[in-house]
Design a protein around this ligand. Structure first.
Ligand SMILES: *Cc1c(COP(=O)(O)O)cnc(C)c1O
Length: 382
């Protein structure tokens, strides 16, 4: 871990106290543009990449409000809580929305998307969440992209929980609006985010009289006043610390290698899944099929009569630093989330999580085999 200098140095003449987070030189437009280019390379995309100055909900909402309006007919796929939110925004924009909800323990199939197009051929916008950290599932975007492209609809993807953990390839998959954030598998800051925008998506937004303009939510402002003018002058003072952190974050990924980072997440997910089954005590993977389980985080279902929030509290009592959480909302009773992402996508964190969950299950009167869980996790890692 990086440790900041402990003692601030005092300038005796002015008595100004320096601090590593403060008094930084301004972030230049050229540096800002170079960070965008770096993120574009991470996504293997030729599309325009806009780095948005806020948490990922900013470009997620900005992209929907920019591209959708009263003339839009949207297919909104719901595989977790975010899909619900996107549907609300789309309706708020005046779009006609068809929700396609699938149970949280599985993924949506390309056939289901094809059926929705057959039923409502007027669909011209598809919103999908790639991986859901909150429910632990991941959707087959490459195959779904083929179906969406064949139909000709604009394709909007929330890849916040997949980027860094599994491939995210907007160009190869025909994604028109691909939103990412750095705070999950990338191990980066939460206060800036990015969206790649296809030519088709810009055309749709430019033609949309309801698209936000002169607004913090406006992607078109960045298109017209930043991209189209050669990225010379920033629209406003950037979130400097977060931009520097994003730059460092992507540099670190380049150093480790994106493939190595994704492998770490795949192993963490496989080891958590198999280790949980070896642990016993009635704890089970929440997502039925391993192929539908997200590499970013593994969700577990507690045995009957065991409250997930209470189990997590007991597990965290042994090690409060572990990335364990109960599910959100109604899932808090039955779902445990193992958020093995970013710096926590390691063998040791997975083993420690299994130890803590084993101790919590034992305390709840269930019998477990922590050694077997450790052996299984270690085998998957090696
Ligand atoms: C994490 C996540 C986001 C960003 O939300 P935060 O809760 O602020 O981190 C957006 N979409 C998905 C699918 C996510 O998993």
């Amino acid at each position: 871990m990086f440790v900041y200098p402990v003692s601030a140095s005092v300038n005796e003449e002015s008595t100004a106290v320096t601090h590593p987070f403060l008094d930084l030189a301004p972030l230049s437009a050229a540096h800002f543009a170079s960070i965008e280019d770096r993120v574009a390379r991470l996504l293997s995309t030729e599309q325009d990449v806009v780095i948005t100055q806020g948490e990922a909900l900013l470009p997620l909402e900005g992209a929907i409000r920019g591209a959708a309006g009263p003339g839009t007919t949207a297919l909104n796929v719901i595989t977790g809580p975010y899909g619900q939110t996107f549907g609300d925004w789309l309706r708020d924009c005046g779009a006609t929305v068809y929700d396609l909800a699938v149970p949280f323990h599985t993924a949506v199939t390309p056939a289901q998307i094809r059926e929705a197009f057959a039923e409502h051929p007027e669909i011209d916008f598809v919103s999908l969440v790639h991986a859901e950290a909150a429910t632990g599932n991941t959707n087959p975007v490459a195959e779904i992209g083929e179906v969406v492209r064949a139909h000709g609809a604009l394709f909007y993807l929330d890849a916040v929980a997949s980027i860094g953990a599994e491939p995210v390839l907007p160009d190869a998959w025909g994604v028109d609006l691909c939103v990412i954030g750095a705070q999950k598998a990338m191990g980066g800051p939460a206060g800036v985010s990015a969206v790649s925008v296809s030519e088709r998506a810009w055309t749709r937004m430019s033609a949309n009289p309801h698209a936000p303009r002169r607004s913090y939510l406006s992607l078109l402002d960045w298109k017209e006043r930043w991209i189209d003018t050669g990225r010379k002058t920033l629209l406003h003072a950037p979130a400097q610390l977060e931009m520097l952190a994003l730059d460092a974050c992507v540099a670190r990924i380049e150093e480790e290698g994106l493939d190595a980072l994704m492998t770490r997440h795949a192993k963490a997910a496989a080891a958590t899944r198999a280790g949980t089954l070896a642990l016993g005590g009635g704890l089970e993977p929440y997502v039925y099929e391993a192929a539908d389980a997200a590499p970013v985080a593994t969700t577990l279902r507690t045995p009957a009569g065991i409250d997930a929030s209470e189990l997590v509290t007991k597990a965290l009592a042994t090690d409060p630093a572990l990335p364990l959480a109960a599910g959100g909302g109604a899932l808090a009773k039955e779902m445990v989330r193992v958020n093995h992402y970013g710096p926590d996508a390691t063998r040791d964190t997975v083993r420690a999580a299994l130890t803590a969950l084993g101790a919590a299950l034992t305390e709840s009167g269930l019998s477990v085999d922590v050694d077997a869980a450790h052996r299984t996790a270690t085998e998957i890692w090696s």
